[in-house]
Write a protein that binds this ligand. Structure first.
Ligand code: DON
Length: 529
């Protein structure tokens, strides 16, 4: 089964499984298919993280996160007075980190793939040539971004054509098809060297960017140890730094372990309060301690220490909200989140893959590499551009996540796998910037504590607290009115926001059948056999 943000990508992944390919093969095919069918977040110009568990229970993670170019510096988004220059880390050529997706897929295929590489890239090429029929949502995304595409490119990118896009239009990607052909024929070198690298370097010169051919040559996706945790009878396998996701998720689950959330009830005042108080404390840790482990020491053991987490919860008073300012000072505004994408795969052999991949914001930096047909990420905004200054997700950070040459920016992406009784149980993840961690947290609790099906669990409305700003952000129906009143009387600030996140997950049922959860907030779809 493949569950992804786009029906064409799910279909392509599933067809690879049908051909006898394994979950890793299907991952490669789905990643490239999403770059075509879901350009808002699917990518070859971005990066991601992958968590796997094979049929023997062996686990691992692949970090194909973007890196800062060698010419990047700590204050590159500040003016001479030290003020952050609005938009410089989010739009245009300087916002892009060195892309990691292609090297990630190559490394995955070399280690775990079964079918030939070309077979896995070809379906995306065919799709790019033949075109993808736009849904209502996609046409809207494209039209909403037209101005930004024109502002951030010297040429007119084909995604910003003159007349507005409409549902039912076919969007073809001929130049992207050629780039994918070079990747099909030359693997890593098809992207990080030769014509594609030339086109990227030229694009950088044209737009005042700093990614060089040397940066492309130097890029390396990296296998890393997973973050392991447990929650009641479940084992949690998730992504470690440079993502904060796995550590934060395991912290949250460990902090909930002493409580019987199932008994308190879904979205009861007590459940919401306990989850919020844990989230506030976990995001404060994130801002202070986490960064690229190749550059900063991340105190993983200490952060996951049960006694430490218990002591963090000891300051929770159920009579009233803990002000975030007393957890750690600061009060900051919040911006809307954009797009990333997650997909979950389980194959007929029992292997499971959980992948979250991104350009960061919707369509990344909006910079389209002229002649190569793909968008570059704006992942540099995930660094702390200045201590205490919030990024596009309202997240703050300090030294641990400061910009440095070749460093990876801190992420919230949380591709996760759960085991129960030593067997594969759930594959889960989502986009949503800072809300990724709490959405994965809730999807797990919805199944494990509240007895929902996988589909109900991903569809259920969500809420989120990230320490700063000090408020519970919630989807319209996420918290019942009477519970909201109780929370407000205890000093919580509530902020309604539009629906966020696209959780795509797979649950293994006791009879071995797979149950999909495809998030109804998007065009997400499951395909299986
Ligand atoms: O790595 C991160 O945490 C962010 N770049 C993810 C961005 C994201 O999820 C945007 N999608 N809604």
């Amino acid at each position: 089964m493949v569950v992804s943000a786009h029906p064409e990508a799910s279909r392509i992944g599933m067809e690879i499984l049908r051909k006898g390919g394994n979950a890793y093969d299907a991952t490669v095919a789905t990643q490239f298919a999403l770059a075509v069918a879901f350009p808002v977040a699917g990518n070859i110009g971005g990066g991601g993280f992958l968590v796997y568990r094979d049929h023997n229970g062996q686990t691992g993670t692949l970090d194909y996160r973007e890196k800062a170019p060698a010419a990047a510096s700590e204050t590159m988004y500040q003016d001479s007075a030290g003020n952050v220059i609005e938009g410089l880390s989010t739009d245009g050529h300087l916002a892009a980190g060195v892309p990691g997706s292609v090297d990630g897929m190559v490394k995955l295929h070399q280690k775990l793939g079964k079918l030939p590489w070309a077979v896995l890239v070809q379906p995306a090429i065919d799709l790019a040539k033949q075109g993808v029929v736009l849904t209502e949502k996609e046409a809207q995304y494209l039209n909403n971004t037209k101005e930004a595409f024109l502002r951030n490119n010297k040429h007119i990118p084909y995604l910003a054509r003159e007349q507005a896009w409409q549902a039912g239009d076919t969007l073809r990607h001929p130049e992207l098809a050629q780039t994918l052909e070079r990747i099909r024929d030359n693997g890593r070198e098809g992207f990080y060297a030769g014509q594609t690298a030339d086109l990227i370097a030229r694009e950088m010169e044209r737009g005042g960017g700093i990614i060089t051919k040397q940066d492309l040559q130097n890029y390396n996706a990296t296998w890393r140890e997973p973050i392991m945790g447990k929650y009641k009878g479940y084992k949690v396998i998730s992504m470690g730094p440079p993502s904060s996701g796995g550590i934060a998720l395991v912290q949250l689950l460990t902090m909930m372990e002493p409580y019987d959330l199932g008994k308190y009830g879904w979205q009861s005042a007590k459940s919401v309060q306990l989850m919020t108080e844990a989230e506030r404390r976990v995001y404060a840790d994130r801002a202070t301690y986490l960064g690229d482990p190749d550059f900063v020491q991340t105190p993983v053991q200490q952060l996951l220490d049960e006694a430490y987490l218990k002591s963090r919860m000891a300051t929770v008073d159920l009579a009233k909200a803990t002000p975030s300012a007393s957890v750690k000072a600061g009060a900051l505004p919040m911006h809307e989140s954009d797009q990333t994408t997650h997909f979950s795969i389980v194959d007929q052999y029992g292997n499971a893959v959980s992948v979250t991949t991104t350009l960061n914001g919707a369509y990344g930096s909006k910079v389209m590499v002229e002649g190569a047909g793909f968008l570059l990420n704006n992942e540099m905004d995930d660094f702390s551009v200045k201590p205490g200054v919030p990024n596009m997700f309202g997240l703050v950070g300090g030294k641990a996540n400061a910009i440095a040459p070749n460093k990876r920016m801190l992420s919230s992406m949380t591709p996760t796998i759960l085991e129960k009784d030593g067997k594969l149980y759930m594959v889960v993840g989502t986009p949503g910037g800072s809300t990724i961690i709490t959405s994965v947290f809730q999807a797990i609790l919805n199944v494990v504590e509240h007895g929902m099906t996988m589909q109900q669990a991903v569809a259920a409305p969500r809420f989120h607290h990230q320490w700063l700003p000090d408020e519970i952000q919630h989807e319209p129906e996420a918290i019942p009115a009477d519970v909201r009143a109780i929370l407000i009387s205890k000093g919580y600030k509530l902020e309604e926001r539009s629906p966020y996140g696209r959780v795509d997950a797979i649950l293994v049922l006791p009879n071995g059948k797979l149950e999909a959860g495809a998030d109804p907030r998007g065009d997400d779809a499951a395909a299986g056999f």
